[in-house]
Design a protein around this ligand. Structure first.
Ligand code: ANZ
Ligand code: ZN
Length: 802
């Protein structure tokens, strides 16, 4: 055959698939369905990154395999297109963000097309499309009516460079996730979503889905449910309670001091009692400059100031204890005050060591003195120095002390969450307008549904105003409106929604993307939801995953969607790094452009390479040699044409190998083991070359197995071999378990569990025969009397002797 010309082959088949609408999802709801989903990209100005094809190819493989297995498959694609980078580009270059988005989408789409993905492009969605964001606004109104969207004066994270409020999730190590600039706290009136009301549901839902473990863990940690107690400490000489939150009320007798957060209101309230008020205020100013992360995670060296003039009283033993101010206690968690138990809490221990505070052991069991090391174990210790709690386990002591405190009215059980309500306002232009007006008489009023969509108007400038308001605020004509409630003058909300909004429900829209009556029809939702398999980046497992599960769960409670959880299965892939093992970036000069690889080696090579690069869930470094290796593999597949025979079935000596390969590839594709599936196919063609022949039957199986990975070349070879129809329409090959077993296998022959010899047996040999033959090969070693003969089928014979 002539040489493998990937350009010809790939252009040809991409056109055929388009013309045939090969991957159109059917609306026949009687067929079994499969919904495979990948995170839709943000169409940035950089175009597709080589990181994108890794997850897209993986689920394209699954989608193609499912079609061959008879499923009606939904494998859609769209654009998460609102957001800052586009807006910033628009500001700099004076181009409307809509135009920027259009251009970027065009480029992304042609790049994805060149990779031969089996997306149903008739279902393409775009979050910036007014027909789409009408429904984003509709969901917001539902949240508002349910009391889950509210406006609040909030100290928010404020990026000094983007001039925008950020959610906690968008602040990484104290800087803006997007631009890396310093994030400060600023008080602003913001739209908030009450995701905290769903904290328990979001935890419980995890028990009903099949997510990889680290994703479940990160969801749970982010919600951060903690159970403990609130305890009131009296303040000496004042009619005042200092309430703390603790997860260890059992350690109440071990409290040696208290700590309040630098922002705690008590400081200013008792200003006149504090002899060192100025010192405390100076400390507070220092603390304000640090992020929460610096104050807690990074602060190994504790700092603090003792309040000179205020003393607390321990409610269980009336002991007087000092109150300190330290920045390791945050105002935003619990009550902003803690009881310090240095013997059993690491942070308190570090603090006590630094400031010479007493350390009292109340849980015995530490291997070393608590003055030497903190003892935090809760599973084994027993209470000591604790009055009526002495002798109890930690768990029992907790229960007893909570009972005691509740009776006395000095404390009660309490659950806390790390999760905070979601700051949903952005003072920016390129987002969904929030469909609310403010009327002096009626307050915040929802637009009637009939007025949706509320279109994003054109503005003169996309720059946020200097006081941090959205550019929409300058559009007086748009802003001034009438109140839907009383008809009086009212003003539109000028904040827009964050980028997370559109991606919080997009998977629903794909099920019925052109519906203009509902966000999707009930039939479509019932048939398609939940998503059967969702794969996305590890970086989205706290933010996007939680938000979208929240919206979905809310819509379920509202009767809009048929199932409580949106995704039945969630997996994550590792990043593709530069060949130097570092993240690809312009500044490092290690960026690989997928277009170059497609041009020089072909889409099938790129797809194969990205699946072969390493374990799917781990990051992997780019290697040009690796790309070439995959290209050589496909060339070897191509050249099999030269040794193809006319025989239809499998040849006798290849049968086992073929059944084994079908079995391995079939299961590896389901278990994120794309690399070993490809390795198995490489091994198979090595066998063909060793024999210097491949039958039509064998060839057909190989092309079918390889098709999901390398769809173009296999389609071409299929046609050249004269097989019927197309590979993508064929049936996924079956294997016979019996035929995957080698006719003969080697087993170990042991005496008293020690291997003494090996034995070749036939797979059909019965136990008696095997044991008899085994005894023959170790006859000279069978010197004692035999107590027992054990046969582990196909693996081991063990003779137990005295
Ligand atoms: C006394 C104690 C003794 C504590 C002990 C722990 C161990 P999680 O699990 O994260 O909920 N804490 C409470 N509020 C805090 C705040 N605003 N800033 C910093 N730390 C705070 O942690 C709860 C524990 O963290 C609480 O239980 C409290 O310390 C501390 F042997 O109280 B503990
Ligand atoms: Zn009104």
């Amino acid at each position: 055959a002539e040489l493998y010309n990937h350009r010809e082959v790939e252009t040809k088949w991409q056109k055929v698939w388009d013309d045939e609408k090969a991957f159109k999802t059917s609306d026949d709801f009687t067929k079994p369905k499969y919904y495979a989903l990948v995170e839709f990209p943000y169409p940035s100005g950089q175009g597709l990154h080589v990181g994108h094809p890794r997850p897209y190819t993986a689920l394209d493989i699954v989608a193609r395999k499912r079609r061959m297995q008879g499923y009606n498959v939904l494998y859609p694609m769209g654009w998460d297109a609102f957001g800052l980078p586009t807006e910033n580009y628009a500001i700099k270059n004076h181009i409307h963000p809509r135009i920027v988005t259009e251009n970027n989408v065009k480029r992304f789409k042609s790049q994805l097309h060149s990779l031969g993905y089996s997306f149903d492009w008739d279902r393409e969605i775009n979050t910036t499309d007014v027909k789409y964001y009408k429904w984003t606004q509709w969901i917001f109104l539902k949240l508002f009516k349910a009391g889950l969207a509210y406006k609040a004066e909030m100290p928010i994270n404020w990026c000094t460079s983007c001039k925008v409020g950020l959610a906690n999730e968008e602040v990484v190590n104290g800087v803006c996730e997007r631009c890396g600039s310093e994030v400060i706290r600023k008080v602003k009136s913001q739209w908030m979503l009450k995701i905290t009301a769903y904290a328990d549901k979001l935890i419980e839902g995890l028990d009903t889905v099949d997510y990889i473990e680290r994703v479940k863990v990160s969801q749970k940690n982010w919600i951060g449910k903690s159970t403990g107690a609130e305890v009131d400490f009296a303040v000496k000489g004042k009619d005042e309670k200092l309430t703390v939150y603790t997860t260890r009320p059992d350690t109440l007798f071990g409290v040696t001091y208290m700590v309040i957060s630098p922002e705690h209101p008590m400081i200013d309230k008792y200003k006149d009692d504090l002899k060192n008020y100025d010192e405390v205020v100076a400390y507070r100013e220092q603390a304000a400059k640090k992020s929460d992360f610096e104050r807690t995670e990074l602060a190994k060296d504790k700092t603090g100031v003792m309040l000179d003039g205020l003393t607390a009283i321990d409610p269980v033993n009336d002991k007087e204890i000092p109150i300190w101010v330290s920045d390791y206690v945050l105002m935003s968690y619990g009550t902003g005050a803690i009881m310090a138990v240095p013997a059993h809490d690491e942070r308190d221990w570090e603090f006590a060591k630094k400031f010479n505070m007493p350390i009292i052991e109340v849980v015995a069991g530490s291997p070393v003195d608590v003055n030497e090391a903190v003892y935090t174990d809760v599973a084994t210790g027993t209470l000591v120095n604790s009055g009526f709690l002495d002798g109890l386990s930690v768990a029992d002591a907790k229960e007893k002390i909570i009972e005691f405190m509740t009776e006395k009215g000095i404390g009660h059980a309490k659950t806390n969450y790390k999760l905070r309500d979601w700051v949903f306002s952005r003072q920016r232009y390129w987002g969904e307008p929030i469909p609310i007006v403010h009327c002096d008489k009626c307050g915040y009023v929802a637009l009637p549904e009939s007025e949706l969509p509320l279109e994003l108007p054109d503005v003169e400038s996309y720059m946020p105003t200097d006081n941090g308001e959205s550019p929409l605020a300058a559009m007086t004509e748009w802003v001034n409106t009438t109140c839907p409630c009383c008809g009086g003058p009212a003003k539109r909300e000028t904040d827009t929604m964050p980028q997370w909004a559109g991606s919080s429900w997009y998977f629903l829209r794909y099920t019925d993307p052109h519906n203009d009556k509902e966000l999707a029809s009930q039939e479509a939702l019932k048939y398609w939801m939940p998503v059967d398999w969702y794969n996305g980046g590890m970086e989205h497992t706290t933010l996007h995953l939680l938000y979208s599960r929240f919206w979905h769960r809310f819509l379920y409670d509202e009767g809009v969607v048929p199932c409580p959880e949106p995704y039945q299965k969630r997996t994550s892939h590792g990043m593709i790094l530069g060949s130097n093992g570092e993240k690809m970036s312009k500044s490092r000069g290690n960026v690989v452009n997928p277009d170059d690889i497609v041009r020089d080696y072909g889409a099938d090579t790129l797809r194969t390479y990205e699946m072969f690069i390493g374990a799917f869930d781990l990051s992997a470094s780019w290697s040009e040699d690796g790309v070439k290796g995959c290209r050589r593999f496909l060339e070897r597949v191509w050249k099999l044409q030269d040794i193809l025979t006319e025989e239809d079935g499998y040849s006798a000596d290849m049968e086992v190998k073929l059944h084994q390969t079908i079995k391995k590839v079939s299961s590896d594709f389901e278990n994120l083991k794309y690399n070993t599936a490809i390795a198995a196919m490489m091994a198979l063609i090595n066998e063909f070359y060793k024999k210097n022949s491949v039958t039509k039957g064998e060839y057909r199986t190989l092309l079918t197995l390889l098709n999901p990975v390398a769809p173009h070349i296999t389609e071409e070879l299929w046609q050249r071999a004269g097989f019927d129809g197309r590979v993508y329409q064929t049936v996924w090959p079956e294997f016979d378990e019996e035929k995957t077993k080698e006719a003969t296998v080697e087993i170990a022959v042991q005496i008293n569990g020690k291997t003494r010899a090996t034995l070749a047996i036939h797979k059909d040999d019965q136990k008696d025969t095997v044991i008899e033959n085994a005894k023959k090969v170790i006859a000279d070693k069978l010197t004692g009397s035999i107590v027992k003969e054990i046969y582990v089928p196909g693996r081991i014979v063990n003779i137990v002797m005295k």
